[in-house]
Design a protein around this ligand. Structure first.
Ligand code: ITT
Length: 196
């Protein structure tokens, strides 16, 4: 069975392809199908937004669609930027602008605990759905470190590894990341679903 990845974020596509490929799940990107759709993320949770994206792309592509809605939740910011992670600081900022703004906002803050959350939603053309969620705990670094990954990775520090996500290889990140955890839960549920 072929799945379309309901995301336009090339970094998510790269990470999702690598993880899902290990489980033999065949995926295509919306670009490869010639589809572009801007789904308004009106949900108040990661899970709601992931389902909105999965259903919209499933309907357009007429294929089962897997969506990822994710973000960084910082304790000292009452869980923010959370579902607004991609829009933190406004439209004009790129990834670096957003994490530099976060570091500035966190200046002088001693409570630095944070976690990434990833909600996966899969929508099938027959109306069936599968959902999964993963979290990765860490802290907000005091300065950016590392060149790998994307988004907030250079400022997301994992104490157990003594490295930021951006200092890990893609494989090392996938082992402990919110996306890796959510996608592994998803593939287990998918296996059960396909046996029915
Ligand atoms: P799609 O909606 O098309 O999937 P998006 O980038 O807009 O792409 P989200 O709305 O889910 O996706 O926003 C997620 C944001 O959270 C993303 O842009 C990053 O800034 C951040 N993020 C999510 N996962 C991350 C990760 O593994 N490492 C670093 N930052 C991450």
């Amino acid at each position: 069975m072929k799945f379309v990845l309901a995301t336009h974020n090339p970094n998510k596509i790269r990470e999702m392809r690598a993880i899902l490929g290990q489980f033999g799940v065949e995926v295509v990107s919306p670009k490869e199908l010639g589809i572009t759709v801007d789904v308004e993320e009106t949900g108040s949770t990661f899970a709601e937004n992931a389902m909105l994206k999965a259903k919209a792309i499933c309907e357009l592509a007429k294929l089962p669609a897997i969506a990822d809605d994710s973000g960084l939740c910082v304790d000292a910011l009452n869980g923010g930027p959370g579902v607004y992670s991609a829009r933190y600081g406004g439209e004009g900022l790129d990834d670096r602008g957003r994490y530099m703004l976060l570091l500035q906002t966190m200046r002088g803050q001693t409570t630095r605990a944070a976690h990434f959350t990833c909600a996966i939603a899969c929508a099938f053309p027959n109306g069936d759905t599968i959902t999964a969620e993963g979290q990765a705990p860490g802290t907000i670094a005091f300065a950016p470190m590392g060149e790998g990954g994307f988004g907030y990775d250079p400022v997301f520090f994992v104490p157990d590894k003594a490295k930021t996500f951006a200092q890990l290889t893609q494989e090392e990140k996938a082992e402990i990341s919110h996306r890796g955890k959510a996608l592994r839960e998803f593939t287990a549920k998918l296996e059960t679903y396909l046996k029915k």
